[in-house]
Design a binder for this molecule. Structure first.
Ligand code: 13P
Length: 251
């Protein structure tokens, strides 16, 4: 059976002291976490190793928000999948809409990143999602299909099984506007069907598909309640330990 996952994407928030405090608060709350949900914290790069060390005796997993599309060498400012693996972080977000929009990351670049993440035995959280204009033009299915095919479909079944997909409608990120449970379920089913067409139903049923975009403790239940929604990628609400715990327990 596929895993339920709740991952907190801290984005470019928190100072070092705030990141440590938030992690310690979550460690204190850990015994309250739903046992069947994998919890992942995704801090800014700089704090990754500290969080890996702080959480080493817990079930909390640590990830990064990005990784380079090249393995190593003279690429000033980049951080590679090999480096991320070397400090025992386990997850990597690939293709967040903020990376696509502000740093011009194309499906081709993201596909190169994904390859390196998989080769380094990390778990990618591959993000797809449409902007508002695309939804209003009824192009969201086509956009998501393209992101998925160009970004992820050239891998073997063995590799594909390790990928987590996140559907994040860009119009719902940080806007307070969530996709309705029906809209989320509709796209999640669409994604799972595309994976089933390419890799078979059994494999598609093993893939965790997370929803992201203004998930809060107050709306998490109705979103997670859909059969193809296997958890959430949480931005703003993951910066508060109590709120994030309530989201973890929303299944
Ligand atoms: P918000 O939860 O702040 O809308 O952000 C969602 C997101 O982008 C998570 O990756």
């Amino acid at each position: 059976m596929r895993k339920n996952i709740v991952a907190g994407n801290w984005k470019m928030n928190t100072t070092f002291d705030e990141a440590v405090t938030l992690t310690k608060e979550l460690l204190n709350l850990e015994k309250q976490f739903d046992k069947n949900t994998e919890v992942v914290l995704i801090p800014p790069f700089l704090y990754t190793k500290t969080l890996v060390d702080l959480t080493q005796n817990s079930k909390i997993k640590i990830g990064t928000q990005n990784s380079a599309n090249i393995l190593e060498g003279a690429y000033t400012g980049e951080v590679s999948a090999k480096m991320i693996a070397s400090i025992n972080a386990q997850y990597v977000i690939i293709g967040h809409s903020e990376r696509r929009a502000y740093y011009n990351e194309t499906n081709q670049i993201l596909n190169q990143k994904l390859k390196l993440v998989l080769e380094n035995n990390l778990i990618p959280i591959f993000c797809v999602g449409e902007i508002l204009a695309e939804r209003e033009a009824n192009k969201h299915f086509e956009i998501i299909k393209n992101q998925l095919i160009e970004g992820t479909f050239n891998f073997s079944e063995t590799d594909y099984k390790k990928i987590v997909i996140a559907y994040e409608p860009v119009w719902a990120i940080g806007t307070g506007k969530t996709a309705s449970p029906e809209q989320a379920q509709e796209i999640h089913t669409f994604i799972r069907n595309l994976i089933a067409e390419k890799f078979g139903v059994n494999l598609a049923n093993e893939i965790s598909i997370l929803y992201g975009g203004s998930v809060k403790a107050s709306n998490a239940k109705e979103i997670f309640n859909n059969k193809d929604v296997d958890g959430g990628l949480i931005g703003g609400a993951s910066l508060n330990a109590k709120e994030f715990t309530d989201i973890i327990n929303a299944f």
